[in-house]
Design a protein around this ligand. Structure first.
Ligand code: GLC
Ligand code: CA
Length: 589
């Protein structure tokens, strides 16, 4: 038996545990804990050589910092040679490294240095599609029939008419015409990203070979991009906007392919850890993917709870977040997955999402409180943890009236909105809140030039052929890691302590979870219980005081983002301050 306070980092502060005479009891549990992840968007994390673009050496320099957060894994977003159409998710050569990020030696050094600190490097495998500059696709374009069978080439329905009405996730038709072949190829994402045909065993062989290659470099943890799209039904069947997803989401052979793939990639006896990104899976399928007895995925990212501020399901038609609905979805997914003891990673931030503190919090008046409340809620729920770079210091959205959009999805969306009749200003304004560019700005290390990201004059920075140089949010002068660490109200310190707490406690890793106040649109609240231990997490989702009728007198405070001295006592009618998170603990032993 150990006390949690001994395990937490050395910094003590007013916000954590100090005044807790009954510190949470941690057991040296035999149960394995799922990896906790820190996501690094390589191009914007840290630039070591002053070219204005992040690189491997930059990540290596920051390993001690990442380690201090308490995570076990660093997920690197794609760093391979790419055609630069979708932030590296359009891979030209799966076994290559884009020289912008460094060379093989720099990669191996990063892996080695990470390992020496007990950190795994998790790489991002984009296996649903490949860049049209990839050699295989080029062969297909040159008329090689065997190569064409590795993709979805189909005749049009008539002149200038694609095979059906399937739409790309980034707008427009999912079919691109190739004049020389008089055929269309399928691309669910950008036209530079051709979908691979997993029904062809050659495709599976090729991808298995890619995994083997990276395993030979010591990598065993992988993130699988939009992995529930890899098995397609009839791609030319008549579809409309209502039913088109069924053609490629959780497709007919998906479970079979994932099982076989894992088997084949572990023939060498070296286990792997696979986290799949799941795009709009059904609940039933999502659970199947991570059910350990199925041996498909070890964990999965699911995002249904991040669509509760979409109006009519449309990403760029923003409405106020529906907290009741968001909690309902989270609850539905987490209770289903807990029954099979699988791992969901329910994130609030990643490179595809705007910044959570701006989206769901109050990033002006209560930035520290909002960010810590969101992070505590995410970390202490019954799910595995994945934190996106900058989330741990409360980095915010960007003001796009001052900087241009870079992302293919945002640019296409603006064009589409203009063609629907919106003015350019209206379209830009609509896209700005949910644009993926919000999260792709440089990490804000300190208040020196470029926020300490790199030593260069922004005027001199050039995009490379495949990598767009990242922008820096001008608010780095006040929002940055150094300032955060120096502050009494430190988001990163609190976040790291919460991650340590999660990693060392069965209660927060495995405890049952019950949602409280499910019909409140002002409060997120849940109870965790494990054996004799119990915790209650309360989050005030508003920027006003919130009084509850709830008897908390038997509980001790484990964490809150307000100073104890500012607190009410938590008796029978506790009042939560604006954006307050309160974590309470009781041991019924
Ligand atoms: C995933 C990635 C996203 C990318 C898409 C297509 O959703 O996270 O960034 O655009 O797949 O590869
Ligand atoms: Ca660089």
């Amino acid at each position: 038996m150990r006390e949690v306070s001994n395990n937490l980092s050395d910094n003590t502060d007013n916000h954590f545990l100090n005044n807790n005479p009954n510190n949470i009891v941690l057991k040296d549990s035999k149960l394995p804990k799922p990896p906790s992840v820190y996501q690094v968007y390589v191009r914007s994390f840290k630039d070591s050589n002053g070219d204005g673009i992040g690189d491997f050496e930059g990540v290596t320099q920051k390993l001690d910092y990442i380690k201090s957060l308490g995570v076990t894994d660093i997920w690197l977003t794609p760093f391979y040679k790419s055609s630069g159409a979708d932030g590296g998710y359009d891979i030209v050569d799966y076994k290559s490294i884009d020289p912008t990020y460094g060379d093989k030696e720099a990669f191996e050094k990063l892996v080695r240095e990470a390992k020496s600190r007990g950190l795994n490097i998790m790489i991002d495998l984009v296996f649903n599609h490949v860049s049209i500059q990839n050699e295989l696709f080029q062969r297909a374009l040159n008329g090689d029939k065997e190569a064409q069978d590795c993709f979805f080439f189909r005749k049009g329905k008539g002149i200038n008419t694609p095979p059906n009405a399937l739409r790309s996730k980034f707008g427009g038709s999912a079919w691109q015409y190739v004049k020389e072949l008089d055929m269309y190829y399928l691309h669910l994402f950008a036209k530079e990203q051709a979908d691979l045909n997993w029904d062809n065993p050659k495709v599976q062989d090729m991808l298995q070979d890619v995994v083997n290659y990276w395993k030979s470099l010591g990598i065993t943890h992988f993130r699988l991009d939009v992995i529930n799209f890899i098995s397609k039904g009839d791609v030319t069947v008549e579809v409309n906007s209502e039913n088109e997803r069924s053609v490629y989401t959780d497709g007919p052979n998906i479970h079979k392919y994932l099982k076989e793939f894992r088997k084949r990639c572990t023939q060498d006896g070296v286990p792997i850890y696979l986290i799949g990104e799941l795009a709009s899976p059904s609940l039933e399928n999502a659970v199947k993917y991570v059910d350990p007895k199925n041996e498909e995925l070890d964990g999965a990212f699911v995002f249904h709870h991040l669509k509760t501020d979409y109006k009519d399901g449309k990403k760029f038609h923003v409405k106020e977040n529906n907290i009741i609905c968001q909690k309902g979805i989270i609850n539905k997914f987490l209770s289903a997955v807990s029954k099979v003891a699988g791992n969901f990673y329910l994130v609030f931030d990643n490179h595809d999402q705007p910044r959570s503190v701006s989206r769901f919090g109050d990033d002006k008046k209560y930035r520290y409180e909002s960010a810590t409340a969101i992070n505590a809620k995410q970390i202490l729920m019954r799910n595995a943890v994945s934190i996106y770079q900058g989330q741990e210091i409360g980095m915010t959205n960007v003001d796009f009236s001052k900087v241009p959009f870079d992302d293919v999805e945002s640019k296409n969306a603006i064009k589409a909105l203009i063609s629907e009749g919106y003015s350019e200003d209206e379209a830009r304004e609509m896209v700005s809140f949910h644009s993926r560019d919000n999260s792709r700005t440089t990490f804000q290390w300190d208040n020196s030039s470029n926020g300490g990201f790199g030593d260069y004059d922004p005027k001199d920075v050039k995009d490379t052929q495949s990598v767009i140089a990242p922008k820096t949010n001008p608010n780095y002068l006040t929002i940055n890691l150094k300032a955060d660490q120096a502050s009494e109200k430190s988001i990163s310190r609190d976040t790291s302590k919460l991650i340590h707490l999660k990693n060392h406690s069965d209660l927060f890793s495995y405890g049952e979870q019950e949602i409280l106040y499910s019909d409140s649109n002002k409060l997120t609240a849940f109870k965790r219980s494990y054996g004799s231990e119990e915790a209650i997490v309360l989050v005030n989702e508003t920027s006003e005081d919130l009084t509850l009728k709830l008897d908390l007198s038997e509980y001790k405070v484990l964490y809150t983002n307000y100073k104890e001295s500012e607190q009410m006592t938590y008796g029978k009618k506790p009042t939560l301050k604006p954006r307050q998170v309160l974590v309470l603990y009781k041991n019924n032993e």
